[in-house]
Design a protein. Structure first.
Length: 92
C-alpha cells in the first residue's frame, strides 16, 4: 500500500487544486466522483502512452497490476475528495 501512496504523491497537489475548483463550480459529490474518474482515466492514459510508462515496471515488479494501482489511486482520491467536500460544505 505504501508503494501506491508513493505513486499518488506527485498527483496530490493537482488533486487538491481540482478539489478547490470542484468546490467553486459544482460542490456535489456525484459530479465530483465522475470528474475524478475521468481524470484518473486521463492520468492512466498519460502514464501509459508517455515515457512515464517505465514507472509502471517498478509496480509490476512489486506484484501490483496497473488496474489495481489506478483503482486504488481512484478510491484514495475519491475518499479525500468526499471528505474535502463535506468539510467545505460545513463552512460555506
Amino acid at each position: 500500500m505504501g508503494a501506491i501512496f508513493l505513486f499518488y504523491k506527485p498527483f496530490f497537489i493537482w488533486s487538491m487544486a481540482i478539489n478547490v475548483m470542484i468546490v467553486i463550480f459544482n460542490p456535489y459529490i456525484l459530479p465530483s466522483i465522475v470528474t475524478k474518474l475521468l481524470l484518473t482515466l486521463f492520468v492512466w492514459y498519460l502514464v501509459h502512452e508517455t515515457g512515464a510508462k517505465r514507472k509502471l515496471i517498478f509496480y509490476k515488479n512489486l506484484g501490483i497490476s496497473t488496474l489495481r494501482l489506478f483503482s486504488t489511486l481512484f478510491l484514495f482520491d475519491i475518499t479525500i475528495t468526499i471528505i474535502f467536500l463535506l468539510i467545505m460544505k460545513a463552512f460555506i
